[in-house]
Ligand binder design. Structure first.
Ligand code: ZN
Length: 203
């Protein structure tokens, strides 16, 4: 099982971190050991002093494929949820400044929180999907799939040019503006529309 993540897929988020808007999807990966399910305690990692949440829509791959055409891509996923791409922002900034890979900042244990999946039909991605994150019962991030620079189908097709995709793989499709810090004691809850799909407590 692989976890693909798309960086800077919302223009406003790219800007808030001072990054350029990309002209093709930015792909990075997390290992299986990064997955943490809803209702599991999240332990604040020792190596960071700036843990950020990034709330994202997550696709679940339902069919094996490679070199998938964009027009067929919607046949390759059947589930969607909200996830949190936890990021050690201080570590990431250090690595970026040195031009080094991001893994230590992005791919550590429990850095890929995944909510409960809802079923998607092949035309689901044409709808505008609203999602949001609350921290301690206050909305801190709000997104709509319409604002993605690269659509779900474009992402799936693009990834499959470089990596085979397999049943059960996950794709974090990028975060909207509003990323921020979380600290020990925070309670995070993520939604698609009004449906609560993910809750986590930072310990
Ligand atoms: Zn992200």
């Amino acid at each position: 099982m692989k976890i693909f993540c798309i960086g800077r897929n919302y223009g406003e988020h790219a800007k808030e971190l001072g990054n350029e808007v990309p002209d093709e999807p930015i792909i990075f990966m997390k290992p299986k050991s990064a997955v943490i399910q809803s209702h599991t305690p999240f332990y604040y990692p020792e190596f960071t002093n700036e843990l950020n949440y990034e709330c994202e829509l997550v696709l679940r791959i339902s069919k094996n494929g490679k070199y998938i055409q964009e027009k067929h891509a919607s046949n390759y996923y059947n589930g969607m949820t909200v996830g949190i791409d936890f990021t050690a922002r201080d570590i990431q900034n250090e690595l970026k400044a040195k031009g080094l890979p991001w893994e230590k900042a992005k791919s550590f244990d429990n850095s890929a929180a995944v909510g409960k999946f809802i079923e998607v039909t092949p035309d689901f991605n044409k709808k505008k999907i609203n999602f949001s994150l609350e921290k301690n019962k206050e909305v801190v991030q709000k997104g709509i799939s319409d604002d993605m620079l690269f659509s779900f189908d474009h992402i799936v097709a693009n990834i499959s040019n470089y990596f085979s995709i397999n049943i059960g793989d996950l794709i974090f499709t990028g975060t909207p503006a509003g990323v921020g810090e979380c600290v020990v004691g925070d309670f995070l809850e993520a939604f698609i529309e009004k449906q609560s799909l993910l809750t986590l407590e930072i310990k």
